[in-house]
Structure formats: structure tokens, C-alpha cells
Ligand binder design. Sequence first.
Ligand SMILES: Cc1cc2nc3c(=O)[nH]c(=O)nc-3n(C[C@H](O)[C@H](O)[C@H](O)COP(=O)(O)OP(=O)(O)OC[C@H]3O[C@@H](n4cnc5c(N)ncnc54)[C@H](O)[C@@H]3O)c2cc1C
Length: 392
Amino acid sequence: MDFRFTPEEETFRTEVKTFLKTELTPGWDEQFDTETEMGVVAQGDFAKQFNRKLSERHWLALPWPPEYGGLGATVMQQVIFNEEMAYTGAPTGFNMGVAWVGPSLMIYGTDEQKQEFLPRITNLEHIWCTLYSEPSAGSDLASLQTRAVRDGDEWVINGQKIWTSGAHRSNWGWLAARTDPSAPKHKGLSMFLVPMDAPGITIQPLINMAGQHGFNEVFFEDVRIPAKYLVGQENMGWYQLAVALDFERSSIAGSARARRIWEELLRCARENPSFVEERPEIRYRLAEVGIEIDIAKYLSYRVASLQQAGKIPNYEATIAKLYSSELGQRLAGTGIQLLGLYGQLHPKSRQVRLRGWMERYYQMSVAETIAGGTSEVMRGVAAIRGLGLPRG
Ligand SMILES: Cc1cc2nc3c(=O)[nH]c(=O)nc-3n(C[C@H](O)[C@H](O)[C@H](O)COP(=O)(O)OP(=O)(O)OC[C@H]3O[C@@H](n4cnc5c(N)ncnc54)[C@H](O)[C@@H]3O)c2cc1C
């Protein structure tokens, strides 16, 4: 592949950087005390305004056609955008409506569904959560048990989902449910659009190890939705899920975010020589992580360049995800080691360094090798599809 960007792509990068410099002035994120309820709310409001500005520029769903609120942008433009947003730490969050609900509807949705839902994803009226995982179905997603049964003009849903990120902040859910229990497990699933305020839905918070409320359990008890909210063909849901492949899959945000944190660690080490003096292992580790960040970036560029050439990345995207999520954990470990006992301090501590980032990052990075497919499963894919090894 050619690692250079075209002049048009460089111009777009400059445009994104200029926008970010104007909107996110130095210290913008220091105004929120995210350890308090009020701070979290204020941060959420700021993020909403910021995302509204992205929406006005048609930047929320760059590759989508203009009639649905996108710019018809290329894969590389999307990569540049994601890279700059992640490096700056912009409050964009992960938008599941843009990532897979919209792309799936563009391929499998009815005209009515496209008109009803696509513009409302890009104007932020609808916020989506993803209802896949269940207590006994994660890596082996096809064994999910939540049932959807047709009853006249409606579907009736019963079951339980788990780890549903942002369900408490979403008004729509993208649901995988079993519609034919007698068929082999991959063949009896269907996809649905579910209003999260439908009677019979209960959302219970799950608090993660960092003490934050990111995901939830969602219970369905005789939840009725109109028949028109089935997406695509009944019982073909498993195969439709694969359309998420069409979305940008380079994992570029992981290495861009890591670079920013690494640069902060270097700055901290320069300002506090005692952290690195007579500790060659830390100096070497910092150099090593810097190299690993570049490796992660180029693995991501490789995936993007395949997509740009119209090919569907397979194990290449798996390897990029695996490498960048594990890199996040290695970097967090290096940061904690560099800061010594300071590294363990909570952001609220008076003695804190780097605003307590490392303690937060260390805990949050644990989830990165689970969400979106565990490292073990990723290694399995790389072994079978990448190296051609037999199944274990
Ligand atoms: C931060 C976060 C956000 C999430 N958000 C969502 C969301 O919004 N919606 C949603 O539906 N889900 C979400 N998930 C769930 C996520 O998709 C699952 O946690 C993930 O797929 C793993 O499934 P599991 O937790 O059931 O673990 P299991 O699949 O039970 O795995 C347990 C262990 O067994 C290993 N294992 C399993 N199968 C294999 C195999 N074939 N080979 C080798 N080892 C194997 C795993 O690697 C793991 O170590 C989220 C998870 C996290 C951490």
C-alpha cells in the first residue's frame, strides 16, 4: 500500500484540525468534574452541542449519501476524521446508529424505514444502542435466546440482553432475536428496530470496575412492536449482521488516542526527571510503546487502504483491533509504572499527576480487549483465516 495521503485528503485533515482547534479550546475538558453527577451532565450537554455542530457539517456520518445527512466521503477521509477526533479526545462517543444501524438499513431496509430512520440518525434525534449480547451468548452470539414471535401486525419480544452500552441514553435499540427456534442456530435469527420506551422494557444499570455507568441489562417482557420494524428478511439476521463490515474497520482511533496519552507521559517524564532517572526499564518501555503506536497506526492504514481499494478486509481488521486494544493496556501499564505510586491516585486526589488520567485509563482499558470481540476470539480468527491453521 501507499502510506501517503493525497493533497485533497491532506486538505481535509487541515480542515478537521482547524475545526477542532476552534471548537475545543485548551482546557475545554478540564471544566467538568466527571466524578460528580452534575459534572457528568454538564459534560454530556457539551458533547451534545459539539455533535450537533458535526451534524450541521454533515460530518457525523461522512460516507453516507448527502440525502441522508452524509458527505459521500471516502474511506480515507473517514480514517483521517476518526484519527483527528481520537487524538484530540473530542467528545464524539461511539455512534452505533452511524456505525451499523444506518449501513444495514441502506442495504436491507424498506424505503419507509430509510426515510423514517436515516435522517434521524444524522440529525441526532435518534440515539441507538445495540442489543446483541445475552448472559449466555457473547462470543458465541448465534446461540442467543431472546425470542420474537409474530402476532398479527406485531412482533412480541421476550428475553434478556446484557452489556448494552448506553441503553439508558438511547431512544432506539438495534435488536437481534430468535424467530425460528427449530432452525440451526445461525439460521433462525432476525433483526429489529425497537423503541426503547416500549412498554415491557426494563433497563437495569451495570456499573463497571472504574465505577462508571456505561452499560446495562435490558429485560423484555411481552414487548410489542409493529411488524414493520423487522429489518430485511425474517430468519436471515445473522447474514445481515455482516454488513457492519462495510463500515470503516481500521481501529485507527485506538492508536491515535494512545499517541496522545504517550505524548502526555513523555511530557510528564521530562518535567519530572526523578520518574525516569536511574530507571532504564521505564525509558526503554516508553520508547518501545512509541514504536508499537506506529505499528498499530500502520496496521490500521493497511485495513483502510484495502477498503479504499474496494476490498473487504478480513483477518487484517481482526489483527488491527487485537493489536490496538492490547496496546492500550500495555500503554496504561507503562503509564502506571512511570508514575509509581502517583499512578494509582484517583483524579480527585490532591497529589494527582496528569489529572488522574492513568488510573482511569488503566481501568477502562481492560474492557477494550473484550468489547467488539475478545482477544482470544480475535487470535482464533487470525490463526484460521490469516495463517490457514485448522480449527481448534
Ligand atoms: C465495554 C463493553 C461494551 C459492550 N457493549 C455492548 C453492547 O453495546 N451491546 C452488546 O450486545 N454487547 C456489548 N458488549 C458485550 C461484548 O460484545 C461481549 O462481552 C463479548 O462479545 C464477549 O462475550 P462474553 O462477555 O459473553 O464472554 P464469553 O464469550 O463468555 O467469553 C468468556 C471467555 O471465554 C473466551 N472465549 C469464548 N469463546 C472463545 C473461543 N471460541 N476461543 C477462545 N476463547 C474463547 C473469551 O475470550 C473470554 O475470555 C460490551 C462489552 C464491553 C466490555
